[in-house]
Design a protein around this ligand. Structure first.
Ligand code: URA
Length: 228
């Protein structure tokens, strides 16, 4: 039936017809799947852009001593985001986070929680190795912060694990010791954040392994509450 005729019938029946200001024929038909596909494409572009920016970064002196940058690895849509301190020697050589001895223990910690490395995302506060594995300097953290912030915004994790003192103090902007920060649920913007022992520390202090497991259990309990 012709649209004008249909409208005149409806009008005659006393039915109000709300017409779009844009004629129907010119409205782009955007099925929901297409919208999701577009959003996914944009996210892929954002990740690629961010990875390239990090790879080419020369904002601080660490670019002169690094072998390569360590961007992060894992599932970019993960519920779990683990944030460590900085790449060490093995990470600097391989370009991946937590691949040395501490990384092997972190992998075990992830598995102990019933997760896998491929299912979580792992990044660091700074993307280049500090010489001799010293603590990151303030300017290095400040220059690298926007990269991590963009990673967090893209992943939108349900929970963040701050791995070790430096990550915890940096993310929570505090000088409190790790002993005062662990065992609590912090919030980073709207995301719960749990502080856990750094696996490199656990390798040196095996007696703390029990406490490390308590941290992981707190994280599991926290995400369960979010998901229920
Ligand atoms: N320690 C960290 O904090 N991050 C790594 O990627 C490796 C060791």
């Amino acid at each position: 039936m012709d649209n004008t005729l249909r409208l005149s019938y409806l009008e005659a029946m006393g039915i109000d017809v709300w017409l779009s200001k844009t004629p129907l024929s010119t409205q782009p038909a955007r099925p929901i799947v297409e919208c999701f596909e577009k959003a996914a494409e944009q996210a892929v572009d954002e990740w690629a852009l961010l990875a390239t920016e990090v790879q080419q970064c020369t904002k601080c002196a660490l670019c002169q001593t690094r072998t390569q940058t360590v961007f992060g690895s894992g599932n970019t849509q993960a519920d779990w985001l683990l944030i460590g301190e900085a790449p060490g020697q093995s990470e600097d050589q391989q370009g991946l986070p937590f691949v040395g001895p501490a990384g092997q223990l972190l992998t075990e910690m992830i598995r102990a929680m019933g997760l896998s490395r491929d299912g979580v995302y792992i990044a660091n506060i700074i993307k280049c190795r500090p010489p001799g594995n010293r603590d990151p300097h303030v300017d290095e953290v400040v220059n690298c912060r926007p990269y991590l912030q963009r990673q967090v915004a893209l992943i939108q994790p349900k929970i963040i694990l701050a791995v070790g003192r430096v990550a915890a103090q940096t993310l929570l902007n505090t000088d409190l010791p790790l002993s005062k920060l662990r065992g609590k649920v912090h919030m980073l913007n709207d995301t719960p954040l749990i502080v856990v022992y750094h696996p490199a520390y656990l390798l040196r202090s095996l007696l703390e392994k029990r406490k490390a497991w308590q941290d992981l259990q707190l994280a599991l309990q926290t995400i369960k509450i979010i998901e229920d």
